[in-house]
Design a protein around this ligand. Structure first.
Ligand SMILES: C[S@@+](CC[C@H](N)C(=O)[O-])C[C@H]1O[C@@H](n2cnc3c(N)ncnc32)[C@H](O)[C@@H]1O
Length: 390
């Protein structure tokens, strides 16, 4: 019976993996896959998603193994209980609750060294990244984090406790939930929080903000960092911009849900890969936030399919864009103003090398740079550098 069920689970996962063409995020593909395979019930869908995500957590390792065998290895490394391991490799079943490091050793006993093959372009990693901690963390699904509005924290904590929801209050405004938790199902806290990774929440801890200051979030996307700025200091004058019109529409919706009115901020569509002087009417800002487009390599724990797909040549496209964006916003920063450069990358070319460029070529003074190493906390890893214009 168990064997039959496991065969069925593997068949579903293999079918999904064969259909996935790498052209879109795995989550989007799986939603479509389940729509066109309506016979799959909720358990089938849950197990298929888990198997596919675990499969991609092996990154570029085990390329010579059959998909079925790779699934067994992935389940062993990523899970604490697995019928697939129990059926296909019972010798590992009693070891499955061991630490990831111990399980890596067991896998290496059977297949030889593999851990350094998981992550692409390891030689490019910022020197701050400790691979002995980072690589094993790739087999652990990150947690879900929310940032609660300052004034709503006691109420949110009360509601979560009454509803007996498993959560950790990590201090200040941050609450963590086990991975896979559907926070939207707690309707009573609607509008009181934003889903935002722990490291992302830490990017503004050192920021000095004063009422009346003019700030520009120039790669705003749907406004995660901007909402945090306004939460810290609602009386700043905020401009948000992004190259994509559709994304700013999402921002408007999100700001509205968070209780902000369209008059609380201004928005522009700006392509900062080119100079934008003619569109900025001589504006000057006290602070500019550059949350730059990047490889996203610090977030691949959430999107492990990207590890296998990543094309190292795309790094130059990102680093050129990062240089151009920082250069093109600089004329609009007041003298004495702050520039905050952020990536969710762990590659030195997108982090320290851009910081060197901003200091040496653009002439800004580096105040502080920091890697927010999420692998200690089941969170994303990010980089932040804080500059001042003389
Ligand atoms: C890392 S995301 C920003 C995330 C956002 N700040 C947040 O906290 O949710 C980078 C953004 O840069 C934007 N971007 C990409 N190319 C750009 C360009 N040439 N000019 C301006 N923005 C650009 C992307 O559309 C994307 O929304």
């Amino acid at each position: 019976m168990l064997e039959k069920r496991v065969m069925h689970q593997i068949r579903n996962a293999v079918k999904a993996l064969e259909g996935y063409q790498n052209a879109e995020p795995l989550s989007r593909f799986l939603t479509k896959f389940y729509k066109s395979n309506r016979q799959m019930g909720s358990t089938d869908r849950r197990v298929t998603s888990r198997l596919c995500y675990n499969y991609f957590r092996l990154g570029r390792a085990f390329t010579d193994l059959a998909v079925e065998e790779k699934l067994v290895v992935a389940e062993f490394l990523c899970e604490q209980q697995s019928d697939i391991v129990a059926v296909h490799y019972p010798a590992w079943n009693s070891e499955i609750t061991q630490s990831v490091t111990a399980k890596i050793a067991l896998v290496e006993e059977r297949y030889g060294k593999f851990i350094h093959e998981v992550f692409p372009e390891r030689s490019q990693l910022s020197s701050e990244i400790d691979t002995s901690e980072f690589l094993p963390s790739l087999f652990v699904q990150p947690k879900l984090f929310i940032r609660v509005k300052r004034e709503k924290l006691p109420e949110v904590l009360r509601i979560l406790e009454r509803a007996e929801v498993v959560h950790e209050h990590l201090g200040e405004q941050t609450i963590a939930f086990p991975n896979g938790f559907n926070v939207a199902s707690i309707r009573k806290i609607d509008g009181m929080y934003e889903v935002q990774d722990l490291s992302s929440q830490k990017t503004q801890s050192d920021l000095r903000l004063q009422a009346g200051e003019k700030w520009w979030d120039c790669c705003a996307a749907s406004g995660g960092k901007s909402l945090m700025l306004l939460d810290r200091c609602p009386d700043i004058q905020l401009l948000v911009s992004d190259v994509r019109f559709t994304i700013l529409r999402n921002l408007e919706e999100r700001f509205q849900q968070a209780g902000f009115r369209p008059t609380d901020y201004r928005q522009k569509i700006l392509d900062l890969s080119k100079p934008v002087t003619y569109l900025m009417q001589g504006e000057q800002f006290d602070g500019i936030l550059v949350d730059a487009p990047c490889s996203g390599s610090g977030t691949w724990g959430r999107t492990p399919e990207m590890m296998a797909q990543f094309d190292p040549k795309s790094l130059t496209r990102f680093t050129d864009l990062q240089r151009n964006i920082t250069k093109n916003v600089l004329p609009f920063l007041k003298s004495g103003g702050q520039l905050i450069y952020i990536t969710c990358s762990i590659f030195a070319d997108e982090n320290e090398a851009i910081t060197d460029y901003i200091q040496e070529d653009l002439g800004l003074k580096l105040i502080k740079q920091e890697h927010l190493l999420g692998y200690h906390d089941q969170a994303d890893s990010m980089y932040i550098a804080h500059f001042q214009k003389s």
